[in-house]
Design a protein around this ligand. Structure first.
Ligand code: FE2
Length: 205
């Protein structure tokens, strides 16, 4: 299937992604409303996406990228209990996230005048969909429901880079789009550049 990472995918996932890939072949990037329509609807085999979750206990979540084209990125995140990701943006891409399993805790942040602060906090149950605007800074974690958190992420364009805030170290990092939303201590080559203090995404790019 064009644009899908070389892996054996179940028929459920192949059929689910086929519709999206057809749309993405006609529009670059995919329209945001199309993604939310897919994520809020019942056309996708959500159980099949849970089946490809790729846990990684050394990081806040394990990534399983299913599609990465200039027009569209699709990723399943399998969250580690007791860890939250770092506040980050998506390099200008629009995104939407559906909770497939478990319950998410979701924080929205503002970076202004050198200060990083939470503006909103919510919990999102399985079936809920979060929208991530182009300027959103957010973070997420597993909220401790019975089943561990698994989320399905879709972005309107392949993510080239992200701004990630190192809250403890008070640094602003620009990391490669292939990096997760954390300080890549084990893979420092993922850091494209960094600034001291908390800088707005516009200031650091
Ligand atoms: Fe994100």
């Amino acid at each position: 299937m064009n644009g899908v990472k070389g892996m054996d995918l179940s028929q459920g996932i192949q059929e689910s992604l086929q519709g999206l890939l057809e749309v993405s072949s006609q529009a670059n990037p995919v329209e945001f409303s199309v993604l939310t329509q897919f994520l809020k609807g019942d056309n996708l085999d959500f159980g099949a996406f849970i089946g490809v979750a790729n846990p990684d206990s050394s990081n806040p979540y394990g990534r399983q990228v299913l599609v990465n084209t200039p027009a569209l990125e699709v990723m399943v995140a399998s969250w580690t209990r007791g860890m939250v990701c770092a506040p980050h943006d998506h390099g200008g891409s629009l995104g939407a996230v559906r909770v497939l399993q478990g319950r998410a805790r979701h924080w929205m942040w503002r970076c202004e005048d050198g200060q990083l602060s939470v503006t909103h906090e919510e919990t999102v149950e399985a079936g809920g969909v979060m929208s991530c605007g182009a300027n959103l800074i957010h973070s997420m974690g597993d909220d401790g429901a019975e089943l561990p958190l698994v989320t399905l992420h879709m972005y309107t364009a392949g993510i080239d880079h992200m701004v990630v805030y190192d809250v403890q170290g008070e640094r602003t990092l620009v990391v490669d789009g292939g990096c997760g939303a954390w300080v890549p201590t084990a893979e420092p080559q993922m850091i494209r550049h960094e600034g001291q203090g908390f800088l707005s995404p516009k200031a650091v790019r």
